[in-house]
Every structure is written in structure tokens, then in C-alpha cells.
Write a protein that binds this ligand. Structure first.
Ligand SMILES: C[S@@+](CC[C@H](N)C(=O)[O-])C[C@H]1O[C@@H](n2cnc3c(N)ncnc32)[C@H](O)[C@@H]1O
Length: 266
């Protein structure tokens, strides 16, 4: 018997504090749920960029009043897939990150350089979202795997992308041969959720169990696909509104401005 409580909670429906263009946007509702239900003691993200995923994890930790220590690792220089960028991205993130500085830190450097800062068996939740070619994501998984605890869960973004040299889907297919506790969302480029620990938190274990049943998998995928889609549409509408506002034709559409603003607020 599948209950809504197995994959949803009031946290799922929290409004994200940071919304911005990112292929990760649509996974924020699940991030809130996972942080609440897994209650990780240590959370590490490999690949943070503007912070859409990481700030959602931090928001979840703060809203649930958890004792989680959070760590974001990135060079904040970009890569071939995300594109290369300047210090303005890191500086903006430092400001957005201030409310979470009591339990979270931004580690500027490579993933390999950060490894020594974490004891083996210490990380409960690891999010891998760096370079997406097969060799890189495999390297990131294999080098960080010893750091995972018995409660360990690993998230992989872009499991559903099969172009531009992305190879996460290939690694995901291999890993799910060996790890039975696994679930993959297809929306927002795909998010793989992999249980690697031998003593997963009970709500997470239950999530994987219902995800193995066709009806459960469909309910989870439909619910989070729809919640994620509505966040993506909201950001797309806000981006379009910004674009319109800065265009010269905006002056000609003055009567429509009030209508657009009230639509945005609704
Ligand atoms: C796809 S972006 C992360 C997106 C982010 N999670 C979000 O929510 O939008 C990938 C990031 O990983 C970083 N990166 C890639 N490989 C890295 C490595 N080996 N060490 C440190 N940072 C790396 C890049 O600088 C880039 O900012």
C-alpha cells in the first residue's frame, strides 16, 4: 500500500528562496523532501555554479532545523559543459549563501583537492553535478565513494541527457546493475538517486521500495515532474518578463504592465 507520506511532505511544497535559470530547477521539490527525510549529518555538493541546487539543500536544512553540515565544492570557474564564467558568479553566491553560513561553507577548489578534507565514511548525502562526460563523472563517483557513510545516498544530475558528450546515463546504467536501491527522475535532465549505504534512513529505504513498483514509480515521477515543471515555467515567465522590461517595446505596452505584474504575483 503506497501512501502520499512515502514520497511527499509539506516540505516538498516550500517556495524556493533562490530561483534562477538552471537545469536543476525542477528537482528542488524533491531536494526539500530528501533533506527532510534523510536528515543527513554531512551533505556535500560537487558542482554548485550559481547555487540553485545547493541553496535549496541549505534552505531545506534550515527549514527543518537539522544539524546538517553542508559543503559546496566548485572552482567557480566553469567547465566545458556549464561554460566558463568569471568571479561575479561566486561573489553573488557568497551573498545568497550568508543566511546559511552558520552550518555551510563554500570550498573553492577542485573536487580532487577537497577530498582530503573529509573522513572516510562521513558523508550521508553527496550530490555529483560537475563535468558530465562519462570518465569525469565516474572518477568523481569512485573517488568520493569511500567518503560515504552507511546512510549514504548519492545524487547524479543529468542521467537523462544523451547528447553533447554527456555520459551520466551510461554510468547510471552500470551502477544500477550493482546497487538495487535506485530511482531516476526523467524530468529536468534527469536526477539519479542511488542508495550506496548499508543502513539507509528508513524513509529513504521506503522511497526506493515504492519506486521499484510500477504504480509507485509512476506516482513519484508524475508528482515531481509536475511540481518541477511548474517551477521551470515560473522562472521562464519571469525571465521573459525581465527581457520585455529591458526592451524598447516595453514602453509601447505600458497598459499591459499592470496585468503582467499581477500575473507574476498570482
Ligand atoms: C553543471 S554546473 C553545477 C550546476 C548546479 N548544481 C546547479 O544547481 O545549477 C557544474 C559546476 O561544476 C564545476 N566543476 C566541474 N568540474 C569540477 C572539478 N573537477 N572541480 C571543481 N569544480 C568543478 C564547474 O565550475 C561548474 O560550476
Amino acid at each position: 500500500m503506497i501512501s502520499l507520506d512515502d514520497y511527499l511532505s509539506p516540505m516538498t511544497f516550500q517556495s524556493p528562496a533562490k530561483l534562477g535559470e538552471s537545469g536543476w530547477l525542477g528537482h528542488i521539490p524533491f531536494a526539500f523532501w530528501l533533506v527532510e527525510r534523510a536528515a543527513p549529518r554531512v551533505l556535500v555538493e560537487l558542482g554548485t555554479h550559481t547555487g540553485v541546487s545547493y541553496l535549496a539543500f541549505c534552505q531545506g536544512v534550515q527549514a527543518c532545523r537539522l544539524d546538517t553540515r553542508c559543503h559546496a565544492v566548485d572552482t567557480w570557474q566553469g567547465d566545458v559543459h556549464a561554460g566558463f564564467y568569471g568571479d561575479d558568479i561566486y561573489n553573488a553566491l557568497v551573498e545568497l549563501h550568508r543566511p546559511y553560513a552558520g552550518f555551510s561553507r563554500l570550498l573553492r577548489g577542485t573536487f580532487d583537492q577537497a577530498l582530503d578534507g573529509f573522513a572516510d565514511g562521513s558523508i550521508d548525502l553527496l550530490h555529483i553535478d560537475g563535468r558530465h562526460d562519462y570518465d569525469s563523472v565516474k572518477h568523481d563517483f569512485e573517488t568520493w565513494l569511500p567518503k560515504l557513510s552507511a546512510r549514504g545516498v548519492v545524487l547524479f544530475h543529468d542521467t537523462h541527457v544523451q547528447e553533447r558528450g554527456f555520459g551520466v546515463h551510461r554510468l547510471w546504467a552500470e551502477l544500477t546493475e550493482h546497487y538495487p536501491e535506485a530511482f531516476a527522475f526523467d524530468h529536468s535532465n534527469g536526477l539519479g538517486v542511488l542508495g550506496v549505504g548499508s543502513a539507509l534512513p528508513e524513509p529513504v529505504r521506503r522511497f526506493f521500495a515504492i519506486g521499484r513498483e510500477p504504480e509507485g514509480a509512476k506516482r513519484i515521477a508524475d508528482t515531481y515532474g509536475s511540481l518541477g515543471g511548474s517551477l521551470e515555467r515560473r522562472v521562464a515567465a519571469e525571465t521573459e518578463l525581465q527581457r520585455l522590461r529591458s526592451s524598447s517595446s516595453w514602453r509601447l505596452t505600458r497598459p499591459l504592465r499592470g496585468l503582467a505584474d499581477s500575473l507574476r504575483r498570482s
